[in-house]
Design a protein. Structure first.
Ligand code: HEM
Length: 439
C-alpha cells in the first residue's frame, strides 16, 4: 500500500455516531469506543492539526511493543512531557533508554520493594492519623498524599511530609502541563504559572540531590544509587527523579482512587475484601508482610479488575521512524501512533461483559477457563519499555488498601464520577467517601 492509501477512518455515519457519543456522554473515551466498534482495531482520527492513528488488540499491541518496536520512537521534542522530563527514562530512546533502564532497575526490583513494605505501612499511617473518627474524605486527594509520601520515602529516602503542602499545587500544575491539551497542536502556547511550578519542584529536587552527595551516603534507595554513579550529573539525576516522582505517584493515585470508587459502588465486593483482609492480615500493622500479601487473592483480583476498567495510563504514545505495515495498512513515517490500553481492556472479542466490574474474572477459573491472548491485558504496557515500577505499584496498592481496610469502614457518598483524561485517567471530580474508624 502506498503512502496515499488512507488508513481506516470514520465515514460520515460513524462520524455522526462519534459526535453523538461526544455530545450525549461528553466523553472522548466514548467517542474512541464508537470508532473502535465501527471502524476496527486500527483507525485514524482525522481532526484538523491532530491526526494520530489508534491501534488496539493483542496483535497490534505486540507489534508496537515487541516485534516491531524499533520502528517506533517515544521522544517527541515538542511534547510537553519531553520538555518537562528532559532526559528522563520515560522520554529517551535507543541506547540512552537501555542504559538508564539498567541504572534504575535495581532500585525497583521485586526483592528491593518487598523490603519496603514496613515503610509503606508507616507512610500510610501518617495520612490516616489525620482522618476523623467519622467524617468525609476525598480519596483522590488522600491517595495522592499516600502515594507521594510512600514514593519519596522508599525510593528517594526523604521525608516528604514537611514539603507536601508547599509543593502540592506546583506538582498539580506540572501534571496539568503534561495532560492532553491544546499544546499538542500548539506547542508554543503560553502556559502561565508553569515556570514557577517547575522552579519550585526543581529547587526541591536539586536540594535533595546536593544533600545526598554531601552525606556521601551508601544507602540502597534510588537516589543514593544514582548519586554514586560517576556518569550522572545533577541535571541527569533530576530528570530521573522527576520522571519517577511524576510517573510513579500519579498512576498509583488514580489506581487507588478508582479501587475505592469501585469497591464503594459494589458493596458485596467491599464486604468480601474487608473479610479477606481481616482473615489474612488481621488488625495490626505488623500483619502486612511480604509473606501475607500474596494471600490477599481477592484484593489482587480487585486491583487487576480496576486496572482493566480504568487503566491509569490508558494510552501509550509513539512516533513512527519509518513507514510501518500494520494490519494490512501502511502507517507513514513521522506519524503519531497511540496504542489504546483502554480499548484493549474492553475489547468485546476478548472480554465477557467488558463494561462490568467482575474481579472474579481474574480468578483461576476465570472466564470459563478461557485463556486470553497475551497483550490483551496490559495495564503496565509491555516489552522493553514496560512499566519499570510495576512490581512497586502492585505491592504498594495492596499494602495501602489492606492498611486502610484494617482501620476504617468506607462508604461511597452519592456523587457523579467520570473518568478524566489528565496525565492519567483519574476519577473526577474526586471520590468522596464516609470514613469510619473501627473500634
Ligand atoms: C498503577 C500504577 C502504574 C501504572 C498503571 C503504570 C503504567 C505504565 C505503563 C502503561 C507504562 C508504559 C507506557 C508506554 O508504553 O508508553 C509505564 C511506563 C513507566 N512507568 Fe509506570 N505505571 C504505574 C506505576 C509506576 C511506578 C510506581 C513507577 C515508578 C516508581 C513508574 C514508572 C514508570 C516509568 C519510568 C516508565 C517508563 C519506562 C520506560 O520507558 O522504560 N510507573 N507505566
Amino acid at each position: 500500500m502506498s503512502k496515499q492509501t488512507p488508513l481506516p477512518f470514520a465515514d460520515a455515519q460513524t462520524g455522526l455516531h462519534v459526535l453523538q457519543a461526544l455530545l450525549q456522554q461528553r466523553s472522548l473515551l466514548a467517542a474512541l469506543e464508537t470508532m473502535h466498534a465501527e471502524v476496527g482495531d486500527i483507525f485514524q482520527v482525522t481532526l484538523p492539526l491532530f491526526d494520530p492513528v489508534f491501534v488496539t488488540g493483542p496483535e497490534n499491541n505486540r507489534q508496537l511493543l515487541v516485534t516491531g518496536r524499533d520502528q517506533f520512537n517515544w521522544r517527541t521534542e515538542s511534547d510537553a512531557v519531553t520538555k518537562l522530563l528532559g532526559h528522563g527514562l520515560l522520554v529517551e530512546d535507543g541506547g540512552n533508554h537501555a542504559c538508564l533502564r539498567h541504572q534504575l532497575d535495581p532500585a525497583l526490583s521485586k526483592k528491593q520493594v518487598a523490603g519496603q513494605i514496613g515503610q509503606m505501612v508507616a507512610e500510610t499511617d501518617r495520612v490516616l492519623a489525620n482522618w476523623p473518627a467519622d467524617g468525609e474524605r476525598d480519596m483522590l486527594v488522600e491517595m495522592r498524599k499516600v502515594a507521594l509520601l510512600i514514593l519519596m520515602q522508599t525510593l528517594f529516602g526523604v521525608d516528604f511530609l514537611p514539603h507536601l503542602e508547599r509543593l502540592w499545587q506546583p506538582i498539580l500544575q506540572l501534571l496539568r502541563y503534561i495532560s492532553p491539551g491544546l499544546w499538542i497542536i500548539w506547542p508554543e502556547m503560553p502556559r502561565p504559572g508553569y515556570a514557577q511550578a517547575q522552579q519550585a519542584v526543581d529547587d526541591y529536587l536539586f536540594g535533595i540531590i546536593g544533600e545526598r552527595r554531601a552525606a556521601g551516603d551508601t544507602g540502597d534507595d534510588m537516589l543514593s544509587r544514582l548519586v554514586r554513579l560517576p556518569e550522572m550529573n545533577d541535571k541527569l539525576i533530576r530528570d530521573q527523579l522527576l520522571t519517577i516522582m511524576i510517573a510513579g505517584h500519579d498512576t498509583s493515585t488514580a489506581l487507588l482512587a478508582w479501587v475505592w470508587y469501585l469497591l464503594g459502588s459494589h458493596p458485596a465486593a467491599m464486604a468480601r475484601a474487608v473479610a479477606e483482609v481481616e482473615a489474612v492480615v488481621g488488625q495490626e500493622a505488623g500483619g502486612i508482610t511480604a509473606v501475607s500479601l500474596p494471600h490477599l487473592t481477592y484484593l489482587d483480583q480487585v486491583i487487576k479488575e480496576t486496572l482493566r476498567l480504568y487503566p491509569p495510563i490508558h494510552v501509550g504514545n509513539r512516533l513512527t521512524n519509518c513507514p510501518v505495515q500494520m494490519q494490512g495498512h501502511t502507517i507513514p513515517e513521522g506519524m503519531r501512533v497511540m496504542y489504546s490500553i483502554y480499548l484493549s481492556h474492553r475489547h468485546p472479542a476478548y472480554w465477557d461483559e467488558p463494561q462490568a466490574f467482575q474481579p472474579e474474572r481474574f480468578g483461576r477459573e476465570a472466564d470459563g477457563g478461557k485463556k486470553r491472548p497475551s497483550f490483551t491485558y496490559l495495564p503496565f504496557g509491555g516489552g522493553p519499555r514496560n512499566c519499570i515500577g510495576a512490581a512497586f505499584a502492585q505491592i504498594e496498592a495492596k499494602v495501602v488498601l489492606a492498611r486502610i481496610l484494617q482501620q476504617f469502614r468506607l462508604e461511597l457518598l452519592p456523587q457523579e464520577v467520570h473518568p478524566h483524561m489528565g496525565a492519567t485517567l483519574e476519577p473526577r471530580p474526586g471520590v468522596l467517601m464516609r470514613v469510619i474508624r473501627k473500634q
